[in-house]
Design a protein around this ligand. Structure first.
Ligand code: PNS
Length: 158
């Protein structure tokens, strides 16, 4: 069984994340989407809300499962017998940051990191930008799955 993990905060999931998850699911037998529980960072959606959104938008992908984790990603990988991490790279500055993390993770555990170039359609996209645009009434349809769009509007505009 060839397994990989797609880790992140997913607050909320964007179409860019979904593209990476879908492409990973075509390459690997099992993809675990791992949502970081980060008590130090304030979030718009709770971890459980994010998990529910992820489960709904990946329900057509039978080899994708969604889990949460805290602590080190490499410990999550070790505990779940996952030998590799997939990370999407949007722009060169992502690579600078991700390379350091990949090398550290390898040094800590031997867990590999595979970089997947983001679909150019989404290379400008991030959860933070999506939240900012939605907060000020901008249109984020097409940038996030429809369900996430609806929940974002509900959450931000009461
Ligand atoms: O979506 P994000 O916030 O960019 O995801 C970052 C994430 C969750 C992949 C990263 O912060 C992470 O792996 N955190 C777990 C803590 C950890 O393992 N840190 C050591 C990295 S060398």
């Amino acid at each position: 069984m060839r397994r990989v993990v797609c880790p992140g905060s997913f607050d909320p999931i964007t179409n860019g994340h979904l593209d990476i998850i879908g492409r990973s699911a075509r390459l690997y037998d099992e993809v675990t989407v791992a949502v970081l529980i980060n008590v130090e960072k304030s979030s718009l959606f709770t971890v459980d809300e994010r998990i529910e959104m992820l489960q709904t938008v990946t329900k057509e992908l039978p080899n994708v499962k969604v889990r949460k984790f805290h602590g080190l990603l490499v410990d999550f990988c070790r505990n779940n017998d996952i030998p590799a991490i997939v990370k999407g790279i949007r722009v060169v500055s992502d690579f600078d940051y991700e390379l350091q993390m990949a090398q550290l993770n390898y040094r800590l555990s031997g867990v590999e990191t595979l970089f997947m170039p983001t679909n150019p359609e989404y290379s400008f996209l991030s959860s933070s930008r999506v939240k900012e645009i939605a907060r000020y009434g901008g249109d984020v349809s097409g940038l996030v799955p429809d369900l996430v769009h609806k929940l974002l509007i509900e959450r931000l505009r009461g």
